[in-house]
Ligand binder design. Structure first.
Ligand code: DHB
Length: 396
């Protein structure tokens, strides 16, 4: 077995792991990133695309924002639709901040290119088998790379390998408390080569369920519809998807027209809320989806992962420069405050905008009443806007 050593071993080369490697490098801390999948798979998987202003700031800070600043689409507001009416949530006016539309896949590409340009260690198809000795001061990661089993020793291991990764299992079940909710519907998402039908995002509660109109560029539409769990994406024809989007976005005055075009990608996403507490055990720290999952409504998943690694980089920086463990000891608690805020917001947006196929009429009336309150009340719109554009890093 080949053995190596670094300061921080990062399991997972998605946006959380990659961004952490850059934030650590800026603080003079060495790390090695191990990613199980091939590079092209990491770079092409379609994920979300709404960046809070804090996420935008940190991408600029690490020098991975040139393409985002040229091609990303700043959005000052978004629309909610229900009962054939439309309500605009004006984030810029209500909160003084906006969000940026820039796809996670593009962020990942830029973070990878920057890391490789710097000549810093990032290995693809490096499959982690186990994370061991996390309760000692020399934890190790065992992994398979180019046909051989290897070992990486480190001061600290960061598990940023997603919900299905192995890192989480290195925390003994007896010390983890999990909180979970599985929703009774999924999202069917499409990419299409057609200009978006609206300049801003539309979150709709239609009579047959949720629909979201988004975009990837001025000429590429991204859209989603609520479908039953277990739906096979190929069972939906393109026409059937467009028809459903049109029905769910329809306005009572007939003023909305949906632009249709060639569908280039179709996939189904399950919806789940999950939080594992604590996010740290000994010298193992979890970040992003490895520690928590939110349903996609409200686009918090990537932003939470970025917030985790910002907190963690600051804590590791402090620890390496002064040996003071205060921030590291507070990592889990600090990160979880934001995780729970986003979990509540994502749950609220999800349950307010979807139709539960087995739902009781009481809950349906509550959801509609909440939407009408948002329509009527500026302070309610401000609350939604503050959560959507992202609350301050430690303030919640
Ligand atoms: C997108 C995804 C989301 O979950 C969301 O709330 C908004 C936009 C997107 O993929 O564009």
């Amino acid at each position: 077995m080949t053995g190596e050593r670094t300061q921080v071993a990062i399991v997972g080369g998605g946006p959380a792991g990659l961004l952490l490697s850059h934030l650590l490098r800026a603080r003079g801390i060495d790390s090695v990133v191990l990613e199980a999948r091939p590079r092209d798979r990491v770079e092409t998987r379609q994920r979300a695309g709404i960046l809070e202003h804090g996420t935008v700031d940190v991408l600029r800070e690490v020098g991975a924002a040139d393409r985002m600043d040229r091609q990303g689409l700043p959005h000052d507001g978004f629309e909610l639709r229900f009962e054939g009416r439309s309500v605009r949530v004006d984030m810029a006016e209500l909160t003084g901040r906006n969000v940026m539309i820039w796809a996670q896949t593009e962020i990942t590409k830029d973070l990878i290119a920057l890391r490789l340009d710097q000549g810093e260690p990032l290995f693809f198809e490096a499959v982690v088998i186990a994370v061991d000795d996390v309760d000692t001061d020399s934890p190790r990661v065992r992994y398979r790379y180019e046909g051989a089993e290897r070992e990486l020793r480190a001061d600290v291991v960061v598990g940023a390998d997603g919900f299905h990764g192995v890192s989480r299992s290195a925390i003994p079940a007896s010390v983890v408390r999990t909180h979970e909710r599985v929703y009774p519907y999924s999202w069917l998402g499409i990419l299409a080569d057609v200009a978006p039908s609206s300049e801003e995002l539309i979150y709709a509660r239609g009579s047959s369920g949720f629909a979201l109109g988004s975009m990837r560029s001025p000429s590429v539409t991204r859209a989603y519809i609520q479908v039953p769990n277990g739906t096979d994406a190929s069972s939906w024809s393109d026409d059937a998807i467009w028809d459903e989007l049109e029905a769910r976005f329809a306005l009572e005055d007939g003023s909305f027209t949906l632009a249709r075009g060639p569908v280039t990608d179709k996939s189904v996403t399950a919806m789940r809320s999950f939080v594992g507490e604590p996010m740290r055990h000994g010298r193992l720290f979890l970040a992003g989806d490895a520690a928590h999952i939110v349903p996609p409504t409200g686009a918090k998943g990537l932003n939470l992962a970025v917030a985790d690694v910002r907190v963690l980089a600051e804590a590791l920086g402090e620890w390496y420069s002064t040996k003071d463990e205060t921030l590291l000891d507070a990592y889990s608690q600090t990160a979880l405050r934001r995780v729970w805020r986003a979990s509540h917001f994502s749950w609220t947006m999800t349950t307010m905008l979807h139709r539960d196929p087995d739902g009781d009429p009481f809950e349906e009336q509550l959801a509609l009443s909440h939407l009408r309150l948002i329509e009527a009340s500026e302070s309610e719109r401000r609350t939604i806007a503050e959560n959507y554009r992202g609350l301050t890093l430690h303030g919640v």
